[in-house]
Design a protein around this ligand. Sequence first.
Ligand code: ADP
Length: 370
Amino acid sequence: MAVTRDNVLAALQNVRLGGQPLSASGRLSEISIDPTGRISFAIAASPAEAGTLEPVRAAAEAAVRALPGAGAVFVMLTADRPAAPGRPGPSPAARGPAAPPRAQAVPGVKRIVAVASGKGGVGKSTLSCNLALALKLQGLSVGLLDADIYGPSAPKLFGLSGKPRLVGERMLEPLDGYGVKVMSIGFLVDESSAMIWRGPMVTSAIQQLLREVAWGELDVLIVDMPPGTGDAQLTMAQSTPLSGAVIVSTPQDLALIDARRGVAMFQKVEIPILGVVENMSTFVCPHCGTASPIFGHGGARHEAEKLGVPFLGEIPLHMEIRENSDAGRPVVVADPGTAHARAFMDVAQRLWAGLESDGGRRAPPRIVIE
Ligand code: ADP
């Protein structure tokens, strides 16, 4: 018999939060039940409450899992509102570079690399996906965690639509995207309910995706970060055991200012910058092959030099990159011989060489803002 929303709410009557049933606490998100019986929902929690509410989350998951007919159950702690309404918490800047909590390693995963951008739409997900595939083509075992909880795009980019299987009690099996192990919030909730994850703090949701996925042995896990440099991104960077970060930017001045903020954010929490990538560097005409620098060109290289961080390469703006992405066949696997696919592979090679040369433990370079 299929589980209904009312069944879930009834089960949550027996889970207590602050002396009242969880179902009456006003902290529950929409309950999503898909046709396979997978049940997912979130419990709103401020960053400070995340630790104390973990037993409540676990109890809620157990109570719902015990319902006859329940499939996989996925309950997250997430903040979809500030902890104290009307009294926003201190900004990351105001809080200062307080000692970051030591992020726990993910067993079996040797290196975790964040791909980040100062703002959305610069090609962060496109780079993450093609970078993961290019590293895979180099013979490495690679995973991709789509942590862009505001707009997960790995399902589309890899052409994946299935649901992850549950392994054992609560580990999810990543999906296979051309040999890369892929996990995305987009596999767990449909696009409309993904809206419920919006909020100032998405860290606990991402941490669950990081730690409750059966990644197996990986040489490198690429994390497609949420765009921007706000509190959520900072907390996320702090609580993930990152070897380093790659910053993506387009060549325009405005994008570069955002990229500089991205560099500063990682440096604030002492995460090495593995390099900067310039995406949409020059427009390559699909008809005649002529390259035109419509957004300018070379800005990111110059910026990287100024900041004293490595420059990993340029990716041209090419129609095929967009078309292949939309078709779920990333250019690195669809057309590996093309110049634009090679551009991704060159970036991957430089990134890996940098990671291997110092194990990702390079001291963060000093940042000078002029
Ligand atoms: P972000 O993750 O930064 O929001 P996306 O990777 O989703 O950005 O890219 C935004 C859009 O730009 C997508 O439609 C993508 O296909 C397209 N795009 C990204 N990089 C390129 C490129 N180098 N050439 C052509 N289209 C690109």
